[in-house]
Design a protein around this ligand. Structure first.
Ligand code: DGT
Ligand code: CA
Ligand code: CA
Ligand code: ZN
Length: 596
């Protein structure tokens, strides 16, 4: 099962190995702390911007222990993987655990204790075995197994068999917005919002979490469970219900929580998560002699039952801000509520949607876009932008209608004429020029120098190993005529992994050469992704330039800007580091500085 180390695998293989070790330790009844350590390592590795196996191969396990959450034992295993392509502990566990047993972890709600009992006591080693003992009723022999639990397991198996992959941000967002709009009109509802990973702006979403404040829970529940997209009501309790929706052929689970007036802030805080963030807040509350739950922040009175059930008045509960304040903490925007230090204030000038004043990556009918130059400029102007760059594809992107050099020359003239006609916006003549497999550009320098702006992007040969890809991108970054590196890794969410370049090296070179790295706002790309962007900002030591662009092909594509900004906020990007926020004069001056 373990594959040989391969740079292009990045950290994903390694993370899934650790995740599987944690699961197997859990079913074999291993020590709880070992399970947690491996699970935590898996999450850290997956979100770490650098290729950890590559570091271990070069420098051994030692430097890995500098990463918070990676101890010497985990570091040794990463080094073991780096040199042998295997982790012996993993192989030993695989030999001890029936392979089908791990499938059971994909059934929502089925915990390791139950899985272990199913295995040890009923000899269940696969989902089929589990279905069989449900069917013949022998599952009821297990302790704490009632008819209701069995019905839930049955339901969950069905769901896991139809469960799709995580839903991209851009699909989930409008669905959630529509539900919130509908729920806010329901009788008794005083506030409605979506929470969970969607509110935090994660690139993919497991399920939707909708929150309403209402004194009429029945009305809210009825409205939610009878929405026309609902294909199944999974649970409908007093304060919580879950449904499955089908929208455009996609299956999505949505949870609704109904909270009484007064506890809105506490509930929103709790259900926005992340789990890690919640845990940190709760620990902080405890240290200050308080207790925090989804109903409010209360003075700890050591009573047995939770304070909200006893009518105790909370210290804070109405809004999130008041709770952060009462805890003595800076208010963290949802995008920064991941595994982050809660004492660290969010940066000043954290980027916002309204800061963006220019789109620097757009296609017209000259290549594969749907708008003429004038139409594109009109849409950009309507959004309050001072600058729009026309960057059609270059010749190698033949399928995307890339322009041959003469066609580009003609196109430049057309853009310049349109710019003469345009009022209130500057239209720049540019190109999205292919970075070829060897890092050379798709037009010669004489032609590139005529353009106001050059976005250089990789479009083909996207399976290159990390070193080759890094060198390829470095060549474009250091090219004196290039302003922006478009979608640097070429990944497509859920479809194509793209490169795993050495982001530190790229960012250091980009900062030095005043080349911006793009955060492509198309929700299928979001490239650079949040973790790469965070690493790039650190590596550029305050000089990193980022371009957040919609890669506009169609008027609707401008709407994707919010997803780019959400992703950027997750990396704590500030507006001065984003070229799209600069005033026209400053932006044009930077572009011009690469033309003299
Ligand atoms: P997802 O749906 O996988 O994309 O991720 P989330 O973050 O939306 O997770 P979800 O839907 O399971 O739960 C929504 C929020 O509720 C989560 O971010 C934090 C809170 N929450 C849920 N379960 C727990 C828990 O066991 N402990 C704590 N502290 N918080 C939880
Ligand atoms: Ca969720
Ligand atoms: Ca949920
Ligand atoms: Zn492109």
């Amino acid at each position: 099962m373990t594959r040989m180390p391969d740079e292009s695998q990045g950290n994903e293989t390694l993370a899934s190995l650790f995740h599987r070790i944690a699961q197997m330790l859990e079913v074999t009844g291993a020590d709880r702390f070992r399970v947690i350590a491996h699970d935590r390592a898996a999450r850290l590795i997956e979100s770490h911007p650098e290729d950890l196996a590559a570091i271990a191969r070069k420098h051994g396990p030692k430097p890995l222990t500098a990463i918070e959450g990676i101890g010497p034992k985990i570091a040794d295993k990463i080094a073991e993987f780096a040199s042998t392509g295997r982790i012996a502990e993993h192989d030993e566990l695989v030999a001890a655990v029936p392979p089908g047993l791990l499938e059971l972890f994909n059934v929502p709600g089925l915990g390791p204790k139950t899985i272990r009992a199913l295995w040890q006591e009923k000899n269940v080693t696969s989902i089929d075995d589990l279905k069989r003992i449900i069917h013949d009723g022998s599952i009821m022999d297990l302790p704490r197994m009632g008819a209701k639990t069995v019905a839930n397991i049955k339901e969950a198996i069905e769901f896991s068999e139809h469960a799709a992959e995580r839903i991209p941000l851009g699909i989930a967002w409008p669905i959630a917005e529509a539900i919130v709009r509908r729920m806010s009109k329901v009788k008794g509802v005083t506030q409605a919002a979506f929470a969970g990973s969607l509110r935090r702006g994660r690139e993919t979403i497991g399920d939707l979490d909708i929150l309403v404040e209402s004194n009429d829970a029945d009305a809210a529940r009825d409205a939610f469970t009878t929405m026309k997209e609902v294909t199944k009501v999974i649970a409908a309790g007093e304060a919580k219900c879950s449904v499955r929706l089908e929208i455009g052929g996609r299956h999505v689970q949505a949870d609704l929580r109904i909270v009484p007036p007064g506890s809105w802030g506490a509930a929103l805080l709790y259900f926005t998560g992340s789990k890690e963030h919640n845990i940190r807040l709760r620990e902080r509350a405890q240290k200050s002699g308080m207790t925090l739950n989804e109903y409010g922040l209360y003075i700890e009175d050591k009573a047995k039952s939770p304070p909200h059930l006893r009518g105790v008045k909370p210290v804070a509960s109405r809004d999130e801000q008041a709770i952060f304040k009462a805890l003595g903490l800076p208010e963290a925007p949802p995008e920064l509520r991941e595994d982050r230090n809660i004492d660290e204030p969010p940066p000043e000038h954290l980027i916002e949607l309204a800061d963006i004043k220019a789109e620097l990556h757009a296609h017209t009918t000259a290549s594969d876009g749907r708008m003429s130059i004038d139409e594109l400029a009109e849409h950009a102007k309507a959004r309050g932008f001072h600058t729009i760059a026309v960057t059609d594809h270059s010749q190698s992107s033949a399928l995307a209608g890339g322009l041959r050099p003469d066609a580009l020359r003609k196109h430049i003239d057309n853009v310049r004429e349109a710019n003469e006609r345009a009022k209130g916006i500057t239209i720049l003549a540019g190109s999205e020029v292919d970075i070829r497999a060897d890092g050379s550009l798709d037009y010669d320098d004489e032609l590139l120098a005529r353009l106001d702006i050059v976005v250089a992007s990789p479009h083909a040969s996207l399976r290159q190993d990390a070193r080759t890809a890094t060198d390829r991108l470095l060549r474009a970054i250091t090219h004196p005529l290039v302003h922006i590196i478009g979608h640097p890794t070429g990944r497509i969410i859920n479809k194509r992994e793209g490169f795993h370049p050495d982001i530190n090296e790229l960012a250091a070179a980009a900062a030095q050469h005043r080349t911006a790295l793009e955060l492509n706002a198309n929700w299928l790309r979001l490239d650079l992704r949040d973790t790469h962007l965070r690493a790039a900002l650190a590596a550029g030591k305050g000089n990193t330039l980022i371009a957040i662009d919609c890669d506009v092909h169609h008027p609707d594509d401008f709407e994707n800007l919010r997803f780019g900004v959400l992703t950027a906020r997750r990396a704590a990007l500030t507006s001065p580091s984003c070229v799209n926020t600069w005033p026209a004069k400053k932006l044009h001056h930077w572009l011009q500085s690469k033309r003299t």
